[in-house]
Ligand binder design. Structure first.
Ligand SMILES: O=P(O)(O)OC[C@H](O)CO
Length: 444
């Protein structure tokens, strides 16, 4: 069924004189494809939340809509892993746009058919399907980055690419405002981002390419003379699904550690983000407007934070992703404690804490994906990153909604913060387990 995405065959080798120019040009072009492509995925991943107030007006409860929305996270976590394995054996040039087009199609259905929002069950199924096709975004980007950028460049390139999701997520609000101004229709929350996503899918199709070898170029390791430890010719062979899952992912002890660490990093990412408006309004007496701004700042502070983290992990920590992650998570712990202990009446300190947490948390989020890419041969990269996503979404994201809510209900916000701080400490402990062996070794 997935043979339409089959990875390409090596092309006729280019003359030596053309290699440098072609590599440089294609790297810019391909980077534009995966950056805009992944930002496009976020346009049609989170937009349902904007339609929730109108659906509530139609008589749906927040709890039921929240349940339908959980379909996205559950399906996304599973799919990022399973579709990651398909992606590792597929041509990203077709794989990424195909998932994005399917996602846009689902959003058009929400936008133009009243049937799509006629019951919670239908919405859950459609959102689950959307979460599934959303899993076709990250892995082809990961596959592209490990094939077109060498190990020494990856911290910087992955961190720059990683801000695509903050950019895409941040554009949903303005697009909705534009849609409402043009069409005066709340369903524009669905069809306007879907229309943009179709344009993005076409752009990705035109700009992305499969591996350098399919374009007649040598492998990136040879071009940059930058070989990861243990590299040999077998790293250029496409693996079978069994080899990817069993040999390179499930038997990889370090990958298990960072996947488990991702549970707690994602618990922090979504635990602070999802509950910020409620906490700030209930405990710190923020107005709705002010708490929405705080939410926005948290997301956008992640952009410079991620870039700094990637740069530091390459330059200061010399590729040691675990140590960089520990350092950032240590600071997240400090600012989360300050955010909790700051008494009501000091809104500037609350805002600064939230900005600091946003600035610091997206670095570890990115580093875990990057570390996963580096812990396996490049032909298994998407599955390895998907494995960490499986834990992050099914464990961390679900716990951030359910466990934090339940804890706050029973033990107050103090209990909620003890849970978040516990997650920080556990993430640091698990990242510490990865320090014994530097990234880049394909240890099993
Ligand atoms: O949560 P995801 O799967 O969209 O990934 C977000 C970042 O790109 C992680 O590196």
């Amino acid at each position: 069924m997935f043979s339409i995405f089959k990875a390409g065959r090596p092309g006729k080798p280019l003359p030596e004189a053309d290699i440098d120019g072609t590599y440089k040009r294609l790297r810019w072009q391909i980077f534009a494809g995966i950056f805009i492509g992944y930002a496009g995925y976020y346009l049609v991943r989170k937009n349902f939340t904007l339609a929730i107030p109108s659906l509530v007006e139609q008589g749906y409860s927040r709890g039921d809509l929240g349940l339908a929305l959980a379909g996205v996270s559950i399906a996304y976590g599973i799919s990022k892993f399973l579709m990651g394995a398909v992606s590792d054996r597929s041509n990203p040039r077709y794989f990424l746009p195909a998932g994005l087009l399917c996602s846009a199609l689902i959003m058009f259905l929400f936008g133009f058919s009243e049937w799509a929002t006629s019951s919670i069950a239908i919405m859950f199924v459609l959102l689950f399907l959307n979460g599934w096709v959303q899993g076709m975004g990250w892995p082809p980007c990961g596959r592209t980055m490990v094939h077109w950028w060498s190990k020494g460049e990856r911290g910087s390139i992955v961190s720059v690419w990683n801000v695509a999701h903050n950019v895409g997520g941040g554009l949903i609000g303005p697009l909705f405002i534009l849609g409402m101004a043009w069409f005066n229709d709340w369903r524009s929350a669905f069809y306007v981002p879907a229309a943009v996503a179709v344009g993005v899918a076409v752009f990705a199709l035109l700009t992305m390419r499969d591996t350098p070898q399919t374009c007649g170029l040598p492998p990136i390791e040879k071009y940059k003379n930058d070989y990861p430890e243990g590299y040999d010719e077998s790293h250029e062979r496409e693996f079978s699904a069994r080899e990817i899952f069993v040999e390179h992912v499930l038997k990889n002890r370090l990958l298990w550690f960072i996947a488990l660490a991702n549970v707690f990093v994602y618990l922090l990412r979504y635990g602070v983000l999802d509950w910020a408006p409620t906490y700030l309004q209930e405990v710190k007496h923020f107005t709705v407007d002010k708490s929405s701004w705080a939410y926005f700042l948290y997301e956008w502070a992640g952009i410079p934070g991620t870039l700094l983290c990637g740069w530091l992990s390459d330059k200061l920590f010399r590729g040691n992703r675990g140590a960089t992650g520990i350092c950032f998570m240590g600071l997240v712990t400090v600012f989360t404690a300050l955010y909790w202990l700051n008494p009501p009446g000091n809104p500037t300190i609350d805002l600064l804490c939230l900005i600091a947490i946003g600035f610091l948390i997206y670095g570890p989020v990115m580093l875990i994906g990057l570390h996963a890419l580096e812990l396996v041969p490049k032909k298994a990269a998407g599955t390895a990153a998907g494995f960490t996503g499986l834990f992050g979404y099914l464990g961390g994201s679900v716990a951030a909604s359910a466990m934090v809510g339940y804890t706050v209900d029973h033990y107050g916000w103090d209990g909620g913060f003890v849970l978040l701080l516990g997650a920080c400490v556990l993430s640091i402990a698990l990242l510490a387990l990865t320090l014994r062996k530097p990234a880049g070794r394909h240890a099993h």
